[in-house]
Ligand binder design. Structure first.
Ligand code: DLL
Length: 431
């Protein structure tokens, strides 16, 4: 089943012709922004100057840091009045990464998501329960608009409140859910604790994404609910979800190449690698008015699957994300950088030099525990003082990283001293 057969099954030449045309338009748009205007001038890039898709590799990369430095609107290509929405990526160091959309961008994004959902067999007759966070995070509204475009009935239940989720599933006969893999594992436990077999709820499909998970976790989730689970990949910088999605064959995610040009590069040298080789995914958004982004380094490791897909779609697929080239952690779907935690801890004179971030999963929910050594001169062992300090640390950290951490204050010298490269993060989650 196709949402737009013509584009989804277009021949390679046709796709590349469209990409070239849109790429040059994206460059033209980007040139109007203060960020790219300068970068392009410095690198001698001009609109309509790209003659073949291969020349994309001559353009400079864009990084998350570039987005941060151009906060709040250094990458905006349209007048303020054209913008109808913004989203932001949580949990980045310093300023958040903000993405803007025009009305056309929102509409095109909804279309892409409708395309993804159709590729998995979802139709207007389905009831879609969207258990992703609504707000600045793109997972909620992104699929919400797409499902409405498709004509499905949307239950915008958002995350949490598991008992209400179950009630909604039962009362409205939800057939498709959108959920992070970790919340799915937790929700199943709550369902079972309530004496219900998740398989009896009649859910047919789940869209799983926003965080890394293994093929084994997918199989586990499928068996727990008795459904088909599809991998969904996206990132705020490229709109959000809807960048790459599995079709009914569940064998790699089709990247919608009429909107995005995927490249795989060697993360150390920046050199472009051929299809089939593993490296860092770089994406260019070639069809967004408000904010064209050229050669964005996702930091996600994957490969392009060179073989054609049995579904008939010609858009190339990427494999399940294998990891990241940076130290970004994803805790309950929220992006967290260890450096953010460090920046908060080090503001406190009571904090010593050593700390450790321990991630684990309790009842299938991610927990972030931070073990913090106190500074010997400030350590008096007064329980009241320690409690107050603990509270202040939790509040400051929560304000910056969104996730609620557990702080354990330790006597100086309690943590293993670092010899060489400090091991700051211990990830006990079995992803
Ligand atoms: O997580 C967008 C999204 C929402 C995708 C809902 C899918 C479903 P960000 O918060 O900007 O956007 O985080 C993007 O999350 O660079 C990956 O590292 C990771 N990620 C997203 N989807 C997957 C996936 C949304 N299916 C970052 N597998 C990305 C592995 C994923 N990692």
């Amino acid at each position: 089943m196709y949402w737009n057969r013509e584009i989804e099954t277009a021949g390679r030449n046709e796709i590349e012709k469209l990409q070239l045309d849109r790429l040059n338009r994206a460059i033209e748009g980007a040139s109007k922004t203060s960020y790219y205007g300068k970068i392009f001038r410095e690198n001698g890039v001009n609109a309509s100057g790209i003659k073949s898709i291969k020349e994309l590799s001559l353009l400079p990369f864009t990084t998350k840091n570039d987005l941060r430095l151009s906060y709040p609107d250094g990458m905006v290509a349209v007048a303020r009045g054209e913008i109808v929405r913004m989203h932001a990526s949580s949990g980045t160091t310093g300023k958040p990464t903000v993405i803007f959309y025009t009305a056309r961008d929102i509409s095109e994004w909804a279309d892409l998501v409708a395309r993804c959902m159709t590729a998995t067999g979802t139709t207007r007759d389905d009831v879609f329960q969207n258990m992703m966070s609504y707000g600045l995070f793109t997972g909620g509204l992104g699929l919400h608009y797409g499902a409405e475009r498709l004509g499905a009935m949307v239950i915008p239940s958002a995350t949490g409140n598991s008992l209400r989720q179950i009630q909604l599933i039962q009362d409205f006969r939800t057939s498709v859910i959108h959920i992070t893999p970790s919340y799915s594992l937790h929700l199943v436990e709550v369902i079972e604790q309530n004496g219900i077999n998740p398989c009896d709820l009649g859910i047919k499909k789940a869209y799983l994404g926003a965080e890394p998970y293994s093929e084994e976790t997918r199989t586990k989730i499928e068996n727990q609910w008795g459904l088909d689970a599809y991998n969904s990949y996206g990132l705020s910088e490229m709109n959000g979800p809807g960048v790459a999605f599995e079709c009914e064959n569940k064998d790699g995610m089709h990247v919608w190449e009429d909107f995005y040009i995927p490249e795989i590069i060697n993360p150390d040298t920046g050199e472009t690698l051929p299809d089939g080789e593993e490296g860092e995914l770089v994406l260019t958004h070639i069809n967004r008015e408000a904010m064209p982004i050229i050669r964005y380094r996702t930091r996600d490791l994957t490969r392009i699957i060179p073989e054609p897909c049995g579904c008939g779609r010609t858009h190339r697929r990427i494999e399940r994300i294998k990891g990241r080239t940076d130290d970004m952690l994803i805790v309950g779907g929220v992006n967290v950088f260890p450096s953010q935690i460090e920046s908060v801890l080090m503001k406190f004179p009571e904090v010593g030099n050593n700390y450790q971030i321990v991630l684990d999963r309790q009842n299938n929910l991610d927990r972030i525990n931070i073990k913090v050594e106190l500074y010997s001169k400030m350590f008096h062992g007064e329980l009241k003082e320690l409690k107050a300090l603990n509270q202040r640390l939790v509040e400051e950290l929560r304000a910056l990283i969104v996730v609620n951490p557990r702080i354990e204050l330790l006597e100086p010298g309690s943590l293993p001293p670092s010899t060489g490269k400090a091991v700051r993060v211990i990830d006990n989650r079995k992803i």
